[in-house]
Design a binder for this molecule. Structure first.
Ligand code: SAH
Length: 278
């Protein structure tokens, strides 16, 4: 086996293939933004692909890895801006693969975590297009590490739940009693516009108003910003900080560990407001 030019390593997993093959689709997780958080496999496939289909969550720094002559197709997916409808993306992947391209379908974070990766692969499987899936660091893991908030901790949380906070008809269809529990961390994806609703619901279902919560903008990227507070104070603080998507919300007493464990952001900026210890 030859040594890989990007990683300097010899691929060893016989079941997954080292190189992007014509006619295949690689559903690849790009991680939360910092290009160093790409897996070796993702970096190699991105550098080799003939065609790359990506959405807005993929950080620009990661596109620097793409071959200069590769075809780049932006598939959109900003709130309210569905550049290509999901069904068209699915069909596009099939067409590119059938035209003999090696296709990387690049998704922010992990493709199987709130990424619709399953839907895209279902189409590929149904159409007989060969594919591989490369997991990525999901926003929860990346944001937690770079914001100094462990998702579990023996003294704080024995469970961690990931939910989507996407608003449908102005509310979130979530298992509120299951979420409003002590000893657990709740991570909310796509929750920025629903933040006031989310906090109100968690209080209504039994969590104290002074339960810690944080919202992190563009985690792992140079523009990362974190606003901390409580269920009662976070919505107003987040609004005052004028955060931009993507943002991730973390609810639970693990948030208090940030005071000791932060390392990535500079000293507290004007948007950060500390609460007295609980
Ligand atoms: N597949 C992705 C999630 C897609 S859903 C993953 O595994 O991370 C999109 C949501 O992910 C955003 O609304 C936001 O809540 C979250 N997200 C993705 N990247 C983020 C980042 N760098 N910082 C904060 N939140 C992020």
């Amino acid at each position: 086996m030859s040594t890989d030019s990007i990683t300097g390593m010899t691929p060893t997993n016989a079941k997954s293939h080292a190189h992007a093959r014509p006619g295949w689709v690689y559903l690849v997780g790009a991680g939360p933004g910092d290009p160093e958080l790409l897996t070796l496999k993702a970096a190699r496939l991105i550098a080799e692909a003939d065609a790359l289909v990506y959405d807005n969550l993929v950080a620009p720094a990661i596109l620097d890895f793409v071959r200069a002559d590769a075809e780049r197709i932006y598939a959109g997916k900003q709130r309210g801006d569905h550049t290509l409808p999901q069904e068209e993306i699915n069909q596009l992947l099939v067409r590119l693969a059938r035209a003999g391209r090696s296709v990387v379908r690049l998704k922010g974070g992990d493709p199987y975590t709130f990424g619709r990766g399953g839907e895209e692969v279902e189409t590929l499987a149904a159409m007989g297009v060969p594919f591989e899936v490369v997991p990525g660091i999901t926003a929860a893991a990346g944001v937690a590490a770079y914001a100094g908030i462990p998702l579990t901790h023996r003294e704080h949380a024995q469970a961690c739940v990931f939910v989507t906070g996407h608003l449908k008809d102005g509310s979130m269809n979530l298992d509120w009693p299951g979420l409003a529990r002590r000893g657990q961390t709740v991570v909310i994806y796509m929750g920025l516009s629903g933040l006031p609703h989310l906090c109100a619901k968690l209080i209504e279902h039994g969590l104290p108003a002074d339960w810690p919560a944080a919202i992190v903008q563009r985690g792992t990227q140079p523009s990362q910003r974190t606003v901390t507070g409580t269920l009662a104070t976070l919505p107003a603080r987040a609004a005052a900080a004028v955060l931009r998507a993507p943002t991730l919300i973390i609810v639970g007493t693990v948030v208090t560990l940030r005071d000791k464990l932060r390392w990535f952001e500079e000293a507290p900026d004007s948007t950060e407001t500390q609460d007295p210890p609980l």
